[in-house]
Design a protein around this ligand. Structure first.
Ligand code: MSP
Length: 622
C-alpha cells in the first residue's frame, strides 16, 4: 500500500496497577524501535494503551467509593505521566473504555455473530476468580490454575463462544510463514499449541460476574471477555486516531512479553481472519525481567521495581540505555540494579562522557575556531576506525531491522572505544601545547564521529543525545564543542543498603591463596583508572600519609595514601598511577579520600604501581 505507516504497538497494560519495570521495558523498547524507524525515514505510528475493563477494576473502584470510569481516569493519568517521564513518544494511547474502541468491539462481535462464528452454549469448567478465567480439568496443575497456581472452583453457566476450532487449520497454514513470530523459539511455541486440539473460545461473561465490560450487543445479560475486548484495540485505534490521521492497517510489529503469546498469536489472528480483516505482519515476544529469586517481576511478585524511582535516581535516558543494553530481546534477563549502574558508569560516564569532555577540553586549549565537519578522514586516522564510522549507520539499521538493539548499541560503543583509543595514541593534549595545527583535523574528525555516534544513540537517549549534539555544533552546524560540560555524572547505588564492612578478624596480611575467590563479574565492578598526580603534600598530622591531587579523567580528586615513608611528595608529581575510582569516599585522619592508589608491599617499604607517564588520565586499567 502506498504511504503505509509503519505501525508498531505495545500491549495494553492493565490500568489497575502501577507501571513496573516489565511494562516500562516493553514500552521503552517500542519507543526505541519507533524512533530508529523514524530516523531511517519511515512514517511511524506508535500505539500504546490501557486495558481498562474487568472485575478487578470494578472492585478497586468500589473500595475507593468511586465509579469504575473515575478509577480508570485517575489511573490513566499515572500511566501517561510515567510514559512522559520515560521519554516515550507515542502517537496514540488508546483506552479500552473509549467509545472509539467499544464501538468497534461491538461491530466486530456483531459481524462474527451474524456469520455464525459466535454461538451460545452451556459451559462447565474450573473458574479462577483471580485470573477471571475458566480452565479445563486438563489445564489444571495440582488442582490449581496453571497461571498463578491459585484455587479454582467448578462453575456452570451459559456463555458465548467464538469458533476458534474452525480456524485451527488456517492458523497452522498461516504459521508456515516463519517471519510472523520472532524469535523462532516463540514461533515453535505457537506451532506446538496448534498441534493440540484447539477448542472454541469463551468470549463472554455474565453481567453478574463481570459488571465492568463492553456489553454483548445482542444480549443484555452479558459483557465481553476482557481479552476479546482488549485485542481489538489495535484495530479500533486505526479507525479514529485522535489526530484524525489515517493509520494504515495491518500492524507491522506487535511488541509483547512472552506471557501473552497465545492471545496474540492464536486468538487474535483467528478473530481478525474470521472478521475478514488482514492479520498483523509480525509479533515480537520478548522475555521477562526476572527477580533475584528467579521469578518474573510482576505486580504481585516480592520484588516490584518501580521504573520511575530508577529514572529519578539515575536519569530516564540512562535507564533506557541500560535496560535496552542489558536485555537480549527474546531471552529472559535477571534484573540487577548493580548491572544497570555499571552500564551507566562504565559505558556512559567513562567511555562516552569522558570522550566528549576530553575532546572539548583540548579544543578549548587549542583555541580552535568553528570548523566544518570533515567528510573524509585526515591523515592519522586508522583506516579501521574510519571504516567503522562509515558503516556505523548501516550496522545499526541492520540490527534494528532484526530487533537487536543491544547489538546495535554494541556497534556504536565499539566506535566510541575506537575513538578513545585513537586519542590515547595521538595524545592531543600534548600536541595542542606545541603544535596545535598538527592535530586540528584529527580533532575535528573525532568530534564529527562523536556527532554521528550521538545521532545513532539518540533513539535510545533522546534528551541526552540532543544535549550532546547541541554542545558539539554551533548554530551553523560546524564543529565547536562547548567545554566544561559533563554529559553523564557517575552514579552511586542509592537504593541498596551499604555494603557490609569486611570481617575485622581477617588478617590484612592474608596471602593470595587464602583470599576469597571472586568472579569476573565481581572484579569487573572495580573500576581501575589511570590517574595523573598533579600535586602531593604531607598530611598535616599523620606522618605516613600523603595527600595526592589526582586527575582521573572525569574529574580531579584527592586521594589519601599511606606511602609517605616510601616516597617524597615531589617524586610523585606528574607520575601516572592506578586508582580505584569507584570506591566509596572516606575520611582518613580528617581528610577526604576519593579512591585508592595501588601499591605493593607494606609498612614503610611500599612500591607504587606506576604506569607509563604517557598514559592518559582516565584510561581504563584492565
Ligand atoms: N492487558 C493485558 C494485555 C492486553 S494486550 C491487548 C496484559 N497487561 S499487563 O499489564 O499484565 O502487561 C503485560 C505486559 O507487560 C507483558 O506482555 C510485557 O510486555 C510486560 N511485562 C510485564 N512483566 C514483565 C516482566 N517481568 N518482564 C518483561 N516484561 C513484562 O497482559
Amino acid at each position: 500500500m502506498k504511504n503505509k505507516k509503519y505501525y508498531i504497538t505495545t500491549p495494553l497494560y492493565y490500568v489497575n496497577g502501577e507501571p513496573h519495570i516489565g511494562h516500562a521495558y516493553t514500552t521503552i523498547l517500542a519507543d526505541v524501535l519507533a524512533r530508529y524507524q523514524r530516523m531511517f525515514g519511515k512514517d511511524v505510528h506508535f500505539l500504546t494503551g490501557l486495558d481498562e475493563h474487568g472485575q478487578k477494576v470494578a472492585d478497586a473502584a468500589k473500595a475507593l467509593k468511586i465509579t469504575p470510569q473515575q478509577h480508570c481516569d485517575s489511573m490513566a493519568v499515572i500511566w501517561k505521566l510515567a510514559w512522559e517521564k520515560l521519554n516515550i513518544q507515542y502517537d496514540d494511547l488508546i483506552r479500552t473504555t473509549e467509545v472509539r474502541h467499544t464501538k468497534v468491539v461491538s461491530d466486530i462481535l456483531t459481524r462474527l455473530y451474524d456469520k455464525g462464528d459466535i454461538y451460545l452454549k452451556e459451559y462447565e469448567g474450573w473458574y479462577s476468580v483471580f485470573e477471571e478465567q475458566y480452565f479445563t480439568e486438563k489445564d489444571l496443575i495440582d488442582g490449581n490454575d496453571p497461571i498463578g497456581g491459585r484455587p479454582v472452583e467448578l462453575r456452570r453457566e451459559d456463555n458465548y463462544f467464538f469458533r476458534l476450532s474452525k480456524y485451527q487449520d488456517w492458523l497452522i497454514e498461516h504459521y508456515q510463514d516463519k517471519s510472523l513470530v520472532v524469535p523462532e523459539t516463540r514461533l515453535n511455541e505457537v506451532k506446538g499449541f496448534l498441534r493440540n486440539e484447539v477448542r472454541d473460545l469463551c468470549i463472554s461473561r455474565p453481567k453478574s460476574r463481570l459488571s465492568w465490560g463492553v456489553p454483548i450487543p445482542w444480549d443484555n445479560e452479558f459483557v465481553t471477555w476482557v481479552w476479546f475486548d482488549a485485542l481489538i484495540n489495535y484495530y479500533s485505534a486505526t479507525i479514529s486516531p485522535p489526530d484524525g490521521s489515517v493509520v494504515s492497517w495491518p500492524v507491522d510489529y506487535h511488541l509483547i512479553g512472552k506471557d501473552i503469546l497465545t492471545t496474540h498469536a492464536v486468538y487474535w489472528p483467528a478473530m481478525l481472519h474470521a472478521a475478514g480483516i488482514e492479520t498483523p505482519s509480525k509479533i515480537l515476544a520478548h522475555g521477562w525481567w526476572m527477580g533475584k529469586e528467579g521469578g518474573k517481576i510482576s505486580k504481585s511478585s516480592k520484588e516490584v521495581v518501580n521504573p520511575l524511582d530508577l529514572a529519578e535516581r539515575y536519569g530516564a535516558d540512562q535507564l533506557r540505555y541500560a535496560l535496552i543494553r542489558e536485555m537480549t530481546v527474546g531471552q529472559d534477563s535477571s534484573y540487577n540494579e548493580e548491572s544497570i549502574l555499571n552500564r551507566i558508569n562504565v559505558d556512559l560516564a567513562n567511555d562516552l562522557g569522558n570522550l566528549y569532555s576530553r575532546l572539548a577540553k583540548v579544543w578549548q586549549t587549542g583555541g580552535f575556531s568553528p570548523t566544518k565537519v570533515l567528510t573524509e578522514a585526515p591523515d592519522g586516522i586508522p583506516e579501521e576506525l574510519d571504516e567503522q564510522k562509515q558503516v556505523l549507520q548501516y550496522h545499526v539499521q541492520f540490527e534494528i531491522e532484526r530487533v537487536r538493539p543491544n547489538v546495535a548499541i554494541e556497534h556504536i560503543f565499539n566506535t566510541v572505544r575506537g575513538l578513545n583509543k585513537l586519542i590515547e595514541q595521538v595524545k592531543p593534549w600534548k600536541a595542542v601545547k606545541t603544535d596545535p595545527d598538527s592535530i586540528v583535523d584529527i580533532l575535528t574528525w573525532a568530534l564529527g564521529a562523536l556527532g554521528e555516534i550521538a545521532k545513532m544513540l539518540s533513539p535510545v537517549m533522546p534528551n541526552k543525545m540532543a544535549d550532546l549534539q547541541e554542545w558539539l555544533y554551533d548554530d551553523s552546524g560546524r564543529i565547536d564543542p562547548t567545554p566544561g560540560k559533563q554529559l553523564f555524572p557517575r552514579m552511586k547505588l542509592v537504593s541498596k543498603s551499604e555494603p557490609k564492612k569486611s570481617d575485622p578478624k581477617k588478617s590484612a596480611k592474608s596471602s593470595a591463596s587464602d583470599d576469597t575467590i571472586i568472579t569476573f563479574d565481581e572484579f569487573g565492578k572495580v573500576d581501575l583508572r589511570a590517574g595523573k598526580i598533579l600535586s602531593a603534600s604531607k598530611h598535616p598530622d599523620a606522618d605516613k600519609l600523603l595527600l595526592l591531587q589526582v586527575d582521573v579523567g572525569s574529574d580531579q580528586r584527592q586521594v589519601v595514601s599511606g606511602i609517605a615513608k616510601s616516597y617524597a611528595p615531589e617524586d610523585l608529581i606528574g607520575k601516572c598511577v592506578i586508582i580505584v575510582v569507584n570506591l566509596k569516599p572516606a575520611k582518613i585522619r580528617g581528610e577526604k579520600s576519593s579512591g585508592m592508589l595501588l601499591a605493593s608491599g607494606d609498612g614503610d617499604s611500599l612500591k607504587v604501581a606506576f604506569l607509563d607517564d604517557d598514559v592518559i588520565p582516565g584510561s581504563k586499567v584492565h
